[in-house]
Write a protein that binds this ligand. Structure first.
Ligand code: 13P
Length: 258
Protein backbone atom coordinates (compact mmCIF):
# COMPACT_ATOMS: atom_id res chain seq x y z
CA UNK A 1 0.00 0.00 0.00
CA UNK A 2 1.36 3.42 -0.95
CA UNK A 3 0.12 6.82 0.15
CA UNK A 4 -0.46 9.87 -1.99
CA UNK A 5 -1.29 13.03 -0.05
CA UNK A 6 -2.03 16.34 -1.75
CA UNK A 7 -1.24 19.53 0.12
CA UNK A 8 -3.16 22.30 -1.64
CA UNK A 9 -1.59 24.94 0.63
CA UNK A 10 -3.21 28.40 0.27
CA UNK A 11 -4.81 27.63 -3.09
CA UNK A 12 -8.40 27.17 -4.26
CA UNK A 13 -11.58 28.95 -3.28
CA UNK A 14 -14.38 26.71 -2.06
CA UNK A 15 -15.81 26.59 -5.58
CA UNK A 16 -12.48 25.81 -7.25
CA UNK A 17 -11.79 23.13 -4.66
CA UNK A 18 -15.12 21.48 -5.35
CA UNK A 19 -14.38 21.33 -9.08
CA UNK A 20 -10.91 19.90 -8.50
CA UNK A 21 -12.17 17.31 -6.02
CA UNK A 22 -14.99 16.26 -8.38
CA UNK A 23 -12.53 15.86 -11.19
CA UNK A 24 -10.27 13.66 -9.02
CA UNK A 25 -13.25 11.56 -8.03
CA UNK A 26 -14.24 11.01 -11.67
CA UNK A 27 -10.72 10.34 -12.94
CA UNK A 28 -9.78 7.98 -10.13
CA UNK A 29 -12.88 5.85 -10.36
CA UNK A 30 -11.01 2.58 -10.87
CA UNK A 31 -11.88 -0.40 -8.65
CA UNK A 32 -8.28 -1.58 -8.40
CA UNK A 33 -6.82 1.69 -7.06
CA UNK A 34 -8.19 1.69 -3.48
CA UNK A 35 -6.60 -1.69 -2.85
CA UNK A 36 -3.19 -0.35 -3.71
CA UNK A 37 -3.05 3.29 -2.74
CA UNK A 38 -4.51 5.56 -0.12
CA UNK A 39 -5.24 9.11 -1.27
CA UNK A 40 -5.84 12.11 0.97
CA UNK A 41 -6.25 15.69 -0.24
CA UNK A 42 -5.68 18.57 2.15
CA UNK A 43 -7.41 21.76 0.96
CA UNK A 44 -7.48 25.03 2.92
CA UNK A 45 -9.93 25.11 5.85
CA UNK A 46 -12.41 27.21 3.87
CA UNK A 47 -12.63 24.55 1.16
CA UNK A 48 -13.06 21.53 3.43
CA UNK A 49 -16.82 21.67 3.34
CA UNK A 50 -17.03 21.71 -0.45
CA UNK A 51 -14.39 18.98 -0.75
CA UNK A 52 -16.40 16.89 1.70
CA UNK A 53 -19.47 17.37 -0.50
CA UNK A 54 -17.54 16.39 -3.61
CA UNK A 55 -15.79 13.32 -2.17
CA UNK A 56 -18.33 11.93 0.30
CA UNK A 57 -19.04 8.28 -0.47
CA UNK A 58 -15.91 7.87 -2.64
CA UNK A 59 -12.68 6.10 -1.66
CA UNK A 60 -10.78 9.40 -1.64
CA UNK A 61 -10.17 10.99 1.76
CA UNK A 62 -9.56 14.56 2.84
CA UNK A 63 -7.69 16.23 5.64
CA UNK A 64 -6.45 19.57 6.98
CA UNK A 65 -3.15 21.40 6.75
CA UNK A 66 -3.03 22.42 10.40
CA UNK A 67 -5.06 22.52 13.61
CA UNK A 68 -4.93 24.04 17.08
CA UNK A 69 -3.61 22.02 20.00
CA UNK A 70 -6.61 22.73 22.25
CA UNK A 71 -10.04 21.19 21.73
CA UNK A 72 -11.87 24.51 22.10
CA UNK A 73 -11.58 27.89 23.78
CA UNK A 74 -10.80 31.55 23.29
CA UNK A 75 -8.36 31.16 20.39
CA UNK A 76 -9.42 33.66 17.76
CA UNK A 77 -8.89 32.47 14.23
CA UNK A 78 -7.99 28.91 15.15
CA UNK A 79 -9.53 25.59 14.12
CA UNK A 80 -9.85 22.58 16.41
CA UNK A 81 -9.55 18.89 15.71
CA UNK A 82 -13.19 18.51 16.78
CA UNK A 83 -14.25 20.85 13.98
CA UNK A 84 -12.15 18.90 11.50
CA UNK A 85 -13.57 15.57 12.62
CA UNK A 86 -17.07 16.97 12.15
CA UNK A 87 -16.15 17.79 8.55
CA UNK A 88 -15.13 14.20 7.90
CA UNK A 89 -11.37 14.81 7.87
CA UNK A 90 -9.22 11.74 8.30
CA UNK A 91 -5.81 13.41 8.57
CA UNK A 92 -4.02 16.57 9.64
CA UNK A 93 -0.61 17.76 8.46
CA UNK A 94 1.46 18.77 11.49
CA UNK A 95 4.67 20.78 11.59
CA UNK A 96 4.97 21.64 7.91
CA UNK A 97 8.18 23.62 7.36
CA UNK A 98 6.16 26.55 6.00
CA UNK A 99 4.36 26.74 9.34
CA UNK A 100 7.54 26.22 11.34
CA UNK A 101 9.02 29.16 9.42
CA UNK A 102 6.17 31.58 8.71
CA UNK A 103 3.93 30.88 11.72
CA UNK A 104 6.87 30.33 14.09
CA UNK A 105 5.58 26.95 15.24
CA UNK A 106 7.81 25.62 17.99
CA UNK A 107 8.68 21.96 18.45
CA UNK A 108 6.69 21.98 21.73
CA UNK A 109 3.58 23.20 19.97
CA UNK A 110 4.01 20.67 17.18
CA UNK A 111 4.25 17.90 19.79
CA UNK A 112 1.00 19.06 21.40
CA UNK A 113 -0.82 19.32 18.10
CA UNK A 114 0.33 15.88 17.11
CA UNK A 115 -1.01 14.39 20.33
CA UNK A 116 -4.33 16.12 19.84
CA UNK A 117 -4.63 14.72 16.31
CA UNK A 118 -3.77 11.12 17.17
CA UNK A 119 -5.97 11.21 20.28
CA UNK A 120 -8.85 12.09 17.98
CA UNK A 121 -8.06 9.01 15.90
CA UNK A 122 -7.01 11.01 12.83
CA UNK A 123 -3.82 10.44 10.89
CA UNK A 124 -1.12 12.88 11.94
CA UNK A 125 1.23 13.57 9.04
CA UNK A 126 4.33 14.89 10.80
CA UNK A 127 6.63 16.85 8.47
CA UNK A 128 10.35 16.85 9.10
CA UNK A 129 13.31 17.96 7.02
CA UNK A 130 16.46 20.00 6.97
CA UNK A 131 17.18 23.38 5.34
CA UNK A 132 19.89 23.81 2.73
CA UNK A 133 22.22 25.41 5.27
CA UNK A 134 21.73 22.48 7.63
CA UNK A 135 22.39 20.04 4.82
CA UNK A 136 25.58 21.88 3.81
CA UNK A 137 26.69 21.82 7.44
CA UNK A 138 26.17 18.01 7.49
CA UNK A 139 23.49 18.38 10.15
CA UNK A 140 20.78 16.23 8.53
CA UNK A 141 20.98 13.51 11.19
CA UNK A 142 20.99 16.02 14.05
CA UNK A 143 18.02 17.95 12.64
CA UNK A 144 15.89 14.88 11.96
CA UNK A 145 16.74 13.43 15.36
CA UNK A 146 15.70 16.64 17.10
CA UNK A 147 12.48 17.07 15.09
CA UNK A 148 11.37 13.46 15.59
CA UNK A 149 12.37 13.22 19.23
CA UNK A 150 10.73 16.47 20.25
CA UNK A 151 7.47 15.51 18.53
CA UNK A 152 7.24 11.82 19.33
CA UNK A 153 8.95 11.10 22.63
CA UNK A 154 6.54 9.49 25.05
CA UNK A 155 3.85 8.66 22.50
CA UNK A 156 1.50 5.92 23.74
CA UNK A 157 1.89 2.60 21.87
CA UNK A 158 -1.52 2.79 20.15
CA UNK A 159 -0.93 6.42 19.12
CA UNK A 160 1.92 5.35 16.84
CA UNK A 161 -0.65 3.62 14.65
CA UNK A 162 -2.12 6.98 13.64
CA UNK A 163 1.20 8.42 12.57
CA UNK A 164 2.75 9.13 9.18
CA UNK A 165 6.07 10.89 8.68
CA UNK A 166 6.66 13.14 5.68
CA UNK A 167 10.31 13.75 4.93
CA UNK A 168 10.34 17.13 3.21
CA UNK A 169 13.80 18.65 2.77
CA UNK A 170 13.08 22.38 2.87
CA UNK A 171 15.39 23.06 -0.07
CA UNK A 172 13.33 20.74 -2.30
CA UNK A 173 9.94 22.31 -1.56
CA UNK A 174 8.56 24.43 -4.38
CA UNK A 175 11.92 24.59 -6.14
CA UNK A 176 11.26 22.13 -8.95
CA UNK A 177 14.33 20.27 -7.70
CA UNK A 178 13.41 17.07 -5.89
CA UNK A 179 16.05 15.46 -3.71
CA UNK A 180 18.27 12.88 -5.40
CA UNK A 181 17.12 9.30 -4.97
CA UNK A 182 20.14 8.33 -2.89
CA UNK A 183 19.53 11.22 -0.52
CA UNK A 184 15.87 10.20 -0.12
CA UNK A 185 16.85 6.58 0.49
CA UNK A 186 19.38 7.52 3.17
CA UNK A 187 17.08 9.99 4.91
CA UNK A 188 14.18 7.52 4.99
CA UNK A 189 16.44 4.78 6.34
CA UNK A 190 17.68 7.13 9.04
CA UNK A 191 14.12 8.17 9.95
CA UNK A 192 13.06 4.51 10.22
CA UNK A 193 16.01 3.85 12.57
CA UNK A 194 15.16 6.88 14.70
CA UNK A 195 11.51 5.83 14.93
CA UNK A 196 12.56 2.42 16.22
CA UNK A 197 14.83 4.07 18.79
CA UNK A 198 11.93 6.26 19.90
CA UNK A 199 9.79 3.20 20.55
CA UNK A 200 7.70 2.74 17.41
CA UNK A 201 6.01 -0.60 17.95
CA UNK A 202 5.65 -1.30 14.23
CA UNK A 203 6.16 0.13 10.78
CA UNK A 204 5.38 3.85 10.46
CA UNK A 205 4.80 4.94 6.84
CA UNK A 206 7.40 7.45 5.64
CA UNK A 207 6.41 9.73 2.75
CA UNK A 208 8.67 11.91 0.65
CA UNK A 209 7.72 15.49 -0.22
CA UNK A 210 9.46 18.21 -2.24
CA UNK A 211 8.88 18.89 -5.96
CA UNK A 212 7.18 15.56 -6.65
CA UNK A 213 5.68 15.61 -10.16
CA UNK A 214 4.06 13.22 -12.61
CA UNK A 215 7.50 12.91 -14.21
CA UNK A 216 9.63 11.95 -11.19
CA UNK A 217 6.98 10.11 -9.12
CA UNK A 218 7.81 6.66 -10.43
CA UNK A 219 11.52 6.85 -9.61
CA UNK A 220 10.74 8.06 -6.11
CA UNK A 221 7.83 5.72 -5.39
CA UNK A 222 9.65 2.62 -6.49
CA UNK A 223 12.23 3.07 -3.74
CA UNK A 224 11.34 0.45 -1.12
CA UNK A 225 12.10 2.98 1.64
CA UNK A 226 9.35 5.31 0.34
CA UNK A 227 5.80 4.51 1.45
CA UNK A 228 4.24 7.40 -0.41
CA UNK A 229 4.49 11.03 -1.40
CA UNK A 230 3.27 14.37 -0.09
CA UNK A 231 2.62 16.50 -3.15
CA UNK A 232 2.34 20.28 -3.21
CA UNK A 233 1.94 22.18 -6.48
CA UNK A 234 1.43 19.08 -8.65
CA UNK A 235 -1.59 18.17 -6.51
CA UNK A 236 -3.41 21.23 -7.88
CA UNK A 237 -3.22 19.83 -11.39
CA UNK A 238 -5.76 17.02 -11.71
CA UNK A 239 -3.88 15.27 -14.52
CA UNK A 240 -0.56 15.30 -12.62
CA UNK A 241 -2.10 14.21 -9.34
CA UNK A 242 -4.05 11.35 -10.94
CA UNK A 243 -0.92 10.23 -12.77
CA UNK A 244 0.98 10.16 -9.46
CA UNK A 245 -1.82 8.10 -7.87
CA UNK A 246 -1.72 5.57 -10.73
CA UNK A 247 2.07 5.37 -10.56
CA UNK A 248 1.84 4.76 -6.81
CA UNK A 249 -0.62 1.94 -7.42
CA UNK A 250 1.78 0.33 -9.89
CA UNK A 251 4.69 0.63 -7.46
CA UNK A 252 2.86 -1.35 -4.80
CA UNK A 253 3.40 -5.06 -4.52
CA UNK A 254 2.33 -7.54 -5.73
CA UNK A 255 2.49 -5.89 -9.17
CA UNK A 256 6.23 -5.81 -9.99
CA UNK A 257 5.88 -3.46 -12.95
CA UNK A 258 8.42 -0.87 -11.82
P1 13P B 1 5.91 21.05 -3.69
O1 13P B 1 5.46 19.69 -4.18
O2 13P B 1 5.19 22.17 -4.33
O3 13P B 1 7.40 21.16 -3.74
O4 13P B 1 5.50 21.14 -2.14
C1 13P B 1 5.82 20.10 -1.28
C2 13P B 1 5.16 20.32 0.01
O5 13P B 1 5.47 21.24 0.73
C3 13P B 1 4.07 19.40 0.37
O6 13P B 1 3.71 19.55 1.70
Amino acid sequence: MKWVVGNWKMHTTAQEAKLLARRLREELYEPELPRRVRVIVCPPFTSLCSVQEALRGSWLQWGAQNCHEELEGAFTGEISVRMLTALGCSAVIVGHSERRRTAGESTERIARKLRRVVQAGLWAILCVGETLAQRRAHRVRAVLTHQLRSALQGLEPQQWESLLIAYEPVWAIGTGQAAELEHIRQAHTLIAELLTQLGAPGHVPILYGGSVTAENAQQILQLPEVDGVLVGSASLDAWQFCTIVRVAALCTSPIPTC
